[in-house]
Design a protein around this ligand. Structure first.
Ligand code: IDC
Length: 373
């Protein structure tokens, strides 16, 4: 977090000069891109809604959102910065960002101040016209009813009361339940409580529901779905570990009529390492395209692991990228792109990051949406 300093005389002078400059200069996309926009661009598809087994825009047409997840905010929270969100929206042409609020593992349960990163992330997403997923990152322990997660209701009550007025917000109530958890006895009742909590403040926002086996048991959930509107089920895959058998489960859920959203997938194995498995990732993405299923890649961070979209400092140093590192952490893109807004230069991206960015932009190039942005 930044230190708050009282402005000295030179700072005040600089502020006056910049106000004067802003008054005389014509509005330019460069200034709009690098500072918080006065009136943020609208969320691309308006208020989302679930119709049948699709997530649709406000016009009722199925949409496919693509975007990136943060890694654990307790480890890589610095990623929640203005430049990164501008780069993601403009250069990567992402539609959505997911804020992974780990609860266990030194996360929110023991560091409640992490909530500030969620608020800042939501604000930055709104300012950049991105949809934003508030992810209650259940992972260890695997049961969302474990006392570690006792803050869930208060969290979703607060998120939904603050942000229900924005079409940008989506709620992911349990990242990946795992271990001895039953859908009907543990997860569905938990989901019903969270849905009721959120619905008390937000009658419309999309609620994303996880399932057992690290959110792979979508087919089980789909047999006994939670009642209510604008509900969708998450499923997670890692291209090096999961293939056709998981796609079959997904197809089964889809055929039972529920909407699904891949809120987390990686080009690596499920451990976050190994690979990248780009051929397998292509196969998965082709499947998601065919069904107009939204996806979020894990993760936009610079950890030394395959699934990370940015190079680690160690890898960058090995490649002689000292000049890039000298500008600071790769979590803050300090380079200005040709259009005047911050970008990660190609050499800052890992093989996984380069692949995912290209896939994200491909769609935008294939189906121009200029008029909509
Ligand atoms: C992993 C990170 C790793 C971190 C670990 C901590 O990649 O750096 O040490 O969490 O638990 C998931 C989880 C996601 C995992 C990811 C990769 O939702 O938190 O991140 N993964 O293992 N499910 C399947 C894979």
């Amino acid at each position: 977090m930044r230190n708050i300093r009282s402005p000295g005389v030179p700072t005040v002078l600089a502020i006056c000069l910049s106000i004067l400059a802003a008054c005389v200069a014509p509005p330019s996309s460069k200034t709009a891109a690098s500072g918080p926009a006065a009136s943020p661009p609208p969320a691309k598809h308006g208020r989302l809604q679930v119709i049948g087994n699709h997530i649709c825009g406000s016009d009722g047409k199925p949409v496919q959102l693509r975007g990136m997840s943060t890694a654990g905010l307790q480890w890589f929270g610095e990623l929640v910065n203005d430049k990164a969100f501008v780069a993601l929206a403009k250069d990567w042409q992402a539609d959505v960002v997911r804020l992974a609020l780990y609860v266990g593992e030194n996360g929110y349960a023991s560091h409640p101040e992490l909530i500030q990163r969620v608020w800042k992330g939501i604000e930055l997403a709104i300012a950049n016209g991105l949809y934003v997923i508030a992810d209650w990152h259940v992972l260890t322990p695997g049961n969302p009813n474990n006392p570690v997660y006792q803050g869930a209701q208060a969290f979703f009550d607060e998120v939904s009361s603050k942000y229900s007025k924005y079409p940008n917000i989506l709620y992911e109530i349990m990242n990946e339940p795992n271990g001895e958890v039953s859908w009907t006895a543990d997860l569905k009742p938990y989901a019903e409580t969270m849905v009721a909590t959120i619905r008390a403040n937000d009658p419309e926002g999309i609620i994303l529901i996880g399932s057992g086996t690290w959110s792979q048991d979508v087919d089980v959930a789909a047999q006994h779905p939670v009642q209510g509107k604008n509900l969708a089920y998450t499923f997670h895959f890692y291209a090096g570990s999961h293939g056709q058998p998981l796609r079959d489960k997904l197809q089964a859920a889809f055929d039972l009529g529920v909407a699904v959203f891949a809120t987390e997938w990686g080009t690596s194995e499920a451990s976050g390492t190994g690979g990248p498995y780009l051929r397998e990732s292509q196969e998965w993405l082709a499947f998601l395209d065919r069904h107009t299923i939204s996806w979020v890649n894990y993760s936009l961070c610079d950890k030394d692991e395959t699934s990370a979209a940015l190079k680690s400092a160690v890898a960058a140093r090995k490649e002689g990228l000292e000049a890039l590192l000298a500008r600071g952490s790769l979590l803050v893109p300090e380079t200005l792109g040709p259009d005047g807004y911050p970008v990660w230069p190609p050499e800052a991206l890992s093989p996984s990051g380069a692949f995912v960015r290209a896939r994200m932009r491909e769609r935008t190039t294939a189906q121009p949406t200029k008029g909509e942005r």
